[in-house]
Design a protein around this ligand. Sequence first.
Ligand code: F6P
Length: 565
Amino acid sequence: MTDAPVDPTTTRAWKALGAIVTDGFDPDLRGWFDADPQRAERYTLEAADLTVDLSKNLLTEEVLGHLLDLAREVDVTGRYRAMLAGEHINVTEDRAVLHTALRRPSDGDLTPPKPFTVDGEDVDEGVHGVLEKVYAFADQVRDGSWTGMTGERIRTVVNIGIGGSDLGPVMVYEALKPSVQDGLEVRFVSNIDPSDVYEKTADLDPATTLFIVASKTFGTLETLTNARLARQWLWQGLADAGAIEDTDESRRGAVSKHFVAVSTALDKVADFGIDPDNAFGFWDWVGGRYSVDSAIGTSVAIAIGREGFEQFLAGFHAVDEHMRTAPLESNVPVLMGLLNVWYTNFLDAQTHAVLPYAQYLHRFPAYLQQLTMESNGKSVRWDGSPVTTDTGEVFWGEPGTNGQHAFYQLIHQGTRLIPADFIAVANPAHALKDGDTDVHALFLANFFAQTKALAFGKTADEVRAEGVDEAVVPARTFPGNRPTTSILAPSLTPSVVGQLIALYEHITFVEGTVWGIDSFDQWGVELGKKLAQEITPAVQGDRAALDAQDPSTRSLIAKYLDLRR
Ligand code: F6P
């Protein structure tokens, strides 16, 4: 799939969608629901355990027909198949893109069938080999047979990573907190701001702490710096407690019991001093932001155990299979991706809100920011030519109901179109009551109310009918026709969390395919990293390095050096 991408703007479907807008597309969700009693049913779909209601989107049969044609014209299905088959669709890095292989079951009816060989390697053998090693290690930590230098069991696991080596694990850990083994806690250090590692370790006992250094490349400045700080903290703490001696051998012994690593660069892991036996590998065909279901999820596997992690992977796989087998008309990731294209490229939406009505999903929007924006924030296509239309939406969000009391005002009555995904689960982890009131039901009443208000609004006449002073009628009127997708799952199980992640991975894929971009590279993060390295001597007082900076950066650094005590 290294052929030149189809320019979506030249397709018949694109032109037809454009014509609908130029002819004065005038969304009318009230009218559409009145005219079509089947609308809710027709646009409510299932993907594994997820019920997805698309009916409150700015969608007509005509628009839908053209969006589906667009998917056909840019060959979303063909490109997905190419991805599953291990073709090098990550063109700029000349790599296969095989996160879907991370969750293939070890047996059963598989597509592609076994043996599945990519670039000369049996993919399933590699994936399941690493998984077994992760599970065996997780078992040891969970049952207390993995001990630290003093022979005590591990009570706190600290994952050190950033980007895909942090956002996925922390999001899933938070989402599945009720399933975490009692007596075990996982913390996450990501920022190179020293306050992060300081705060996360300040109250810990080194004797019962295990660090996982998670880095695909094992070359990321933030992660390696934090890993060295953590190692220093460990040595100091163990020495103060008399648990190690002042020798290299003793310190090496401490690292072997308190540090493990996850990386594709096992040679660099060894250079850091971590025993390769305590390292879990993965492959360059897994992008960082697509890696939580690889060994990068080791912290999660420790927290929820083998069975939980297997269910997590099964959830991903169920949605992969839905994406592969469901016809385009009922294919949830395809339709959600196409709707995003509709809003972005035809209705001028620039951002997309993701609003989980599940407190345990509070890190989901942050996770999606990397998944979607590092994937699709591109200005060139996979053949190097400029994109032909806008790409990438700004994803953002906070859990409901907190968002309702913060930024929903703008979604309801602002001048911008903000498509929003509402996500809820029917069964809470904690079924608390306030008197006779089921608090989760109260919570979900908000979930239902918000999408209703956004879709149908409140007319000026309805406001007047409440006896409102005419002068404030405009301020109290809600225009409606604000598009939302509602996603409802039975409960927040490991499987459902895997399903949600896979859903958004594939939505991202669909959008990237329409735009003709390589959603699997991230060259845009390189320049800043390189400049930070060049600037480091200047902020440490090197005069020549300071003089070499542009005037603005030079004066800012000079001010910093003045302020620094
Ligand atoms: O800088 C961006 C990035 O490369 C992400 O894509 C990646 O998830 C993150 O850095 C961390 O990289 P690594 O896992 O190699 O430390």
